[in-house]
Design a protein around this ligand. Structure first.
Ligand code: SAM
Length: 219
């Protein structure tokens, strides 16, 4: 296990509790074995929305709105939710309506990589949480659309459909560590290379939930 269960429990217990609708979202995710971002990382999304005084948040991969609900709790004026799966998005619309938040959501069904082309920004916060092998492309797609002080956050850089030990060896300098790895692990490695090698952002890793990178624009 990458992150100790006790640390996770502590962060969760000391962090914000779910709202009633988030509690229902979490139960729905458990019932459907759906990988939402979880409350520890959700609290970070809330923090980022609050710190950036976010007007617009753009998400790559929204599922049924759990991560978006945290941005909205952080005061984001508007969240653009993107999702391949029409049923998930409909479920998200229903949850957001119940929470009284639907009027601050834009629901975009289809490929997020195409949807983002229809938006000029500026984005105060971007969440990348869709296909791991397309994370770097998603970063490049929003790079010039970030607001001054804007933030890009990516989930699953330490846990998920990836091999953590191989990634650790890679960032430690073993260039061959990914040779036998799957596309998702390579995708995360490519993403780390993209953001760490970009002078326009400063990137840090937060070992909460499934592991987040947070990249902040450099003015
Ligand atoms: C990890 S889940 C997202 C969870 C969500 N951010 C949350 O925390 O509640 C990934 C979702 O992205 C969707 N997805 C994957 N690739 C996509 C793409 N290119 N465009 C739109 N949605 C995509 C999947 O259908 C899935 O629902």
């Amino acid at each position: 296990m990458v992150l100790s269960e006790e640390v996770s429990r502590f962060v969760r217990a000391a962090g914000p509790a779910h709202t009633d609708v988030q509690e229902r979202m979490a139960a729905f995710a458990a019932d459907h074995n759906f990988p939402n971002i979880g409350p520890e990382s959700g609290a970070v999304l809330r923090l980022l929305a609050r710190l950036t005084d976010a007007s617009t948040v753009f998400e790559f991969g929204s599922g049924f709105g759990y991560s978006a609900s945290w941005f909205l709790r952080g005061g984001a004026d508007r969240v653009v939710l993107t999702e391949f799966d029409a049923d998930e998005l409909d479920q998200g619309r229903a949850f957001m309506t119940d929470a009284g938040l639907a009027d601050r959501c834009v629901f975009e069904q289809g490929d997020a990589m195409e949807t983002v082309e229809r938006y000029d920004g500026p984005f105060d916060v971007v969440l990348i949480d869709h296909q791991k092998e397309r994370y770097a492309d998603a970063f490049h797609a929003v790079q010039d659309k970030l607001a001054p002080g804007g933030v890009v956050v990516a989930d699953n850089v330490m846990r998920g459909p990836i091999d953590f030990d191989a990634l650790l060896a890679y960032v430690d300098g073993d260039a061959d560590a990914l040779d036998a790895q799957n596309d998702q692990t390579r995708g995360i490695a490519d993403y780390l290379d993209a953001v760490r090698g970009d002078d326009g952002v400063e990137t840090t890793v937060l070992p909460v939930g499934s592991g987040l990178t947070v990249s902040t624009t450099v003015e």
